[in-house]
Design a protein around this ligand. Structure first.
Ligand code: 6GU
Length: 252
């Protein structure tokens, strides 16, 4: 999968690609990330990428020509990419969006800065506008990295199968159960006995129950998407969780 990123702060984007799973995905050729400095496409000798807004007012607006120049450059070499504008005015990003974007071969991520981007770019070059949540960042760069990270981990062969994406919180509609590792006793805080018991059915039950309890406590609205099989429904009933879950969920 190919990503092209358009930014006026290219250095901001280097280090997130140089660690962990994303670094491995780059090294293995699962993703190819190309960072373009919009300033390289500025037309005037001062390489201006922004200017004052027509009509007056606060702040600066990103000029259309350097952005169009970057987009045309990418289109000539690798045509057909989907242009995504990262902006607080976009649709809120979710796991579902990540899953949909992971089916594309080529995404072009336009990072806005300042008070915005000239409307003629948005209207004529952008396929989709995405926001990563209801808060304001100084620019779209960190949002672009959030998008790349969340899409890349969904690509075949990027995650080991032990942490495959099918079990993800937002696919399942449940928060993950708590995790423990050694030591068994950390400063007097111990690991739940059941996890040391070797009783796999009891462990599976504990995991489901703690997962459902945490979801009820912190993100009950997620349960609307949760689906439980027969055995799981038995477990919920046995642990007096069925009624609480039914309040939020669509249990058949
Ligand atoms: Cl994509 N850009 C900016 N500047 N702020 C944001 C955002 C994007 N998503 C949430 N806040």
């Amino acid at each position: 999968m190919r990503f092209d990123i358009l930014t006026i702060f290219p250095l901001l984007l280097d280090s997130p690609l140089e660690e962990g799973i994303i670094r491995r995905a780059v090294a293995a050729g699962k993703i190819n990330v190309n960072i373009h400095d919009i300033r390289d496409f500025a037309l005037d000798k001062h390489t201006m990428t922004d200017d004052r807004p027509f009509g007056g007012g606060e702040g600066m607006v990103m000029k259309p020509e350097p952005i169009a120049g970057s987009l045309n450059f990418i289109e000539e070499k690798n045509p057909g990419g989907r242009v995504i504008f990262l902006t607080p005015q976009g649709k809120t990003y979710t796991q579902e969006t990540a899953e949909r974007l992971a089916t594309h071969e080529h995404l072009i991520l336009l990072c806005g800065r300042y008070e915005g981007v000239d409307e003629r770019i948005r209207a004529n070059y952008v396929d989709e506008e995405i926001s990563i949540g209801d808060y304001v960042l100084t620019g779209g760069e960190l949002a672009a990295m959030v998008l790349i990270d969340s899409v890349t981990r969904l690509l075949p062969g990027v995650l080991g199968c032990e942490d495959s994406a099918g079990n993800d919180t937002f696919s399942r509609g449940l928060l993950k159960n708590p995790q423990y590792t050694r030591p068994r006793d950390y400063e007097g805080y111990t690991v739940p006995e059941v996890l040391l018991s070797g009783d796999h059915a009891a462990i599976a039950e504990w995991r489901l129950v703690t997962s459902v309890r945490q979801t009820l406590e912190k993100r009950p609205e997620l349960l609307a998407r949760a689906v439980f099989n027969k055995e799981e429904l038995q477990i919920l009933k046995r642990n007096s969780l069925l009624e609480a879950v039914e309040k939020y969920g669509n249990i058949q």
